[in-house]
Ligand binder design. Sequence first.
Ligand code: UDX
Length: 476
Amino acid sequence: MTDPSTTTAPPIVEHPRLTVIGTGYLGATHAVCMAALGFDVLGVDVDENKVASLNAGVVPFFEPGLPEKLGETLATGRLRFSTDFDEAARFGDVHFVCVGTPQAAGSTAADMRFVDSAFTELAKRIDRKALLVGKSTVPIGTAERLTELIAKVSPAGRELELAWNPEFLREGFAVQDTLHPDRLVFGVASKWAEQQLGAAFRPILENGTPHIVADLQTSELVKVAANSFLATKISYINAMAEVCEATGADVNLLASALAYDSRIGGRFLKPGLGFGGGCLPKDIRAFAHRAEELGVGQAVAFLHEVDDINNRRRLRTVDLIRELAGGDLAGQRVAALGAAFKPNSDDVRDAPALDVARMLYLEGAIVTVYDPEANKNAHSSYPDLIYVDSLEAAVEDADVVALLTEWQEFRDADPAYLGELVARRNLVDGRHAMDADDYRAKGWEYRALGRPAGRGTVALVSDARDEVGQPAALPA
Ligand code: UDX
């Protein structure tokens, strides 16, 4: 006879074996960190080269701290990578799906093919009680749709449950954000799923990390709402920069004064070239698209404006560079410092820096790009630009130097030394990262969006860095 307690509450696997499907920035980091926390982890990807590289201890992208952690965890024997979905289905008690949801071609919607395929391929091979956990950023309603899909294709039927656990990690700080997240969100449809997910995150929960248990829809919404808020904050200060430009006010002073208000705070209030990358731009577009489908497009119509403000930053940066070049970019040599969408990353997806370099090139400028880590990826996207291996080679004989990604190497550069290498001492500081007074003192024409020409350096609250290198909220 069946014990009624097991039918109502199936047992929890206290130390579950984990799989991680998709080994990009998110999945590789998640697999490595979960193994570092003591779990047995199988990372799965359809890309054989990626799998071979990870098994050999080589992270196929730049992420500080991850190569060391990969080496350590491979050595424990708790982590390995495979292309075999059959093996994954047999191995895992909890399966994390971490595949990408890029912007669909010719649309602002998210491309769901990778997510749908990962869930289908796994579910149709699983024939026992297990938990599938989505971590990808998806349109609201996806988890509900996938619940029906997996019940239909899996031999386990509704014994195979689905949960949603959005991921908030930032590239460049991925290891830190995964091991010590601000919060965990468990989107679940049953007590069993909540408890099983709790077991899979026990070491992080035991550190005192707050966790929110939510329905599936709310958990999907948390991620896009968070990214929309961050994008809005950045575009807000960049909109103020436009007002500053029309009035002679200084956006850096403004940001500093705003940041002292603890209700506002200084993080993500850094003006400049705006946001890019594989998340913020496509997530706000997909959110607006989904909201329109749901009949609440008006509620997030402001996100179109957020996107427009952000795109205008790129055009205005080109304007500023053209102005310093003397009004015409044809034949002018421009040193483009940075290609990645932000420092400490080699990611060039929707990178403002590369977009500016491309626009300069299209106007006839001779653009020389140097990024400490992203040259290779940038070259694959824009092979027509000139790429060099050092800051010195980039600025040599330049008519204008454009700081487009605020790598520490650029912040640390000596304006006097750079001044010896360039043809003309013109600097456009696209990230408000350089010391304006120092550059001006060394004879440079220094310009930045939202700051009057000739205005000196101010003490920037938002220039202070917190322990993970992000602009700090407030001074101590
Ligand atoms: C973002 C979210 O922060 C993260 O929580 C989510 O999981 C994924 O998307 P990421 O794309 O790694 O992370 O980069 P983030 O550090 O958020 O920066 C995004 C962009 O905004 C960068 O291009 C950065 O240069 C720009 N930015 C950031 C600003 O222009 N000003 C700021 O004040 C902060």
